[in-house]
Design a protein. Structure first.
Length: 220
């Protein structure tokens, strides 16, 4: 029996797919922003002279990077309420994705910090900056510039990871695509449109990141 393509059912609920795509982008933006702060703190901790800070940051990175994101999502949504920590499904997913992003960005920032010339810190101290001022005004800006390509790749990866939010009924793109598929039984059409929307969004994000990367590049 042949299968006839009919996109009518998908187009009728296309506004839901668009709203889900927007929510996914919002979740990725918030998570990458929060993850950057977590990653910066953990990266400096891993490069710290204090053994305790290095061990704490290392344990965090090791534990999160070796645990599947879906397991972390289910743990935060189903287990934490049993421990008295209750969050909404969107908040729960955002916190989980931020912590997950922070672990990967820690390694990105740590590598960027190690690649910086040692003379930068000394130059900042030589012109009268304190240790923290040298970090804020010299080390971090140059480190972020060097880490920008990897940061962009992590953002695209995080955006695609928002599809896992459907596991706890967060109404993003995959959730609505699955809902339309169940209601209409238009399997090929629904997932083809959803896939193309993810591809188009990732392509536009990558193009925007390349534009900013060129703007931030230092002329040689």
């Amino acid at each position: 029996m042949g299968y006839t393509l009919n996109f009518g059912a998908v187009w009728r609920d296309f506004d839901l797919l668009l709203s889900g795509l927007g929510l996914g982008l919002g979740l990725a933006i918030v998570s990458i922003f929060a993850g950057c702060w977590i990653g910066l703190v953990a990266a400096f901790a891993m490069n710290s002279k204090h053994v305790l800070w290095r061990r704490v940051a290392s344990c965090y990175v090791t534990a999160i990077r070796n645990t599947p994101l879906l397991v972390l999502i289910l743990f935060s949504f189903f287990v934490l309420p049993r421990l008295g920590i209750r969050l909404g499904k969107v908040e729960s997913f955002t916190v989980t994705l931020s912590i997950y992003a922070g672990a990967y960005l820690t390694e990105v920032f740590r590598g960027a910090l190690l690649a910086l010339p040692r003379g930068l810190r000394e130059a900042g101290l030589a012109i009268g900056l304190t240790e923290w001022q040298a970090k804020i005004w010299i080390t971090i800006p140059i480190m972020l510039r060097n880490a920008f390509p990897a940061l962009g790749n992590n953002f695209i990866s995080l955006f695609k990871d928002t599809s896992l939010a459907a596991a706890i009924a967060v109404p993003e793109l995959t959730f609505y695509a699955r809902q339309i598929n169940v209601n209409t039984f238009r399997v090929i059409e629904t997932w083809l449109v959803a896939s193309l929307m993810y591809v188009a969004a990732c392509y536009l994000i990558a193009a925007g990141l390349r534009f900013f990367e060129r703007r931030l590049a230092i002329s040689r």
